[in-house]
Ligand binder design. Structure first.
Ligand SMILES: [Ca+2]
Length: 144
């Protein structure tokens, strides 16, 4: 089909709803703009009231988002994972408690001492996370 405008995402809450009751109260949208992590977070907040870069809180949500993103793109994608104090504490930009993790093996590695934002890796079917410089340009997925 036609590539949708960056301002007209495919919100797929109903589709995710059918995969897991836990996911039923959230909607997700993938945006094709390639921007820094902070720009992506701000754009999510502007796209819809209450939206942020997506948090991923359990296996069901990881798997559903992985399937969705695999259909939408082939590049790495920003999620709401960040390390604002540049320490051992990772956070979700939507304020969700951070207790579930699904890092790529040997990540987060803070390569070069400057990897403080999180992306989902295309090469693992968008199921695993990598820390990467926040200035990288990625497309992104919002959630509300
Ligand atoms: Ca890394």
């Amino acid at each position: 089909g036609a590539i949708k405008s960056a301002r007209s995402p495919d919100w797929i809450g109903d589709k995710l709803h059918s995969l897991s009751p836990w996911l039923g109260s959230h909607c997700y949208g993938y945006y094709r703009d390639s921007v820094t992590w902070l720009a992506a977070e701000v754009q999510c907040e502007n796209h819809h009231p209450g939206a942020h870069l997506a948090s991923i809180l359990n296996d069901a949500e990881r798997d559903a988002l992985g399937q969705y993103l695999s259909k939408m793109t082939s590049g790495d994608v920003w999620i709401g994972l960040h390390n604002p104090c540049k320490g051992k504490t990772w956070l979700w930009s939507d304020g969700s408690r951070f207790h579930y993790t699904t890092w790529v093996p040997n990540e987060p590695n803070n390569l070069g001492g400057k990897e403080y934002c999180g992306e989902v890796y295309a090469s693992t079917g968008y199921k695993n996370w990598n820390d990467i410089p926040c200035e990288k340009k990625n497309t992104y997925v919002c959630k509300y």
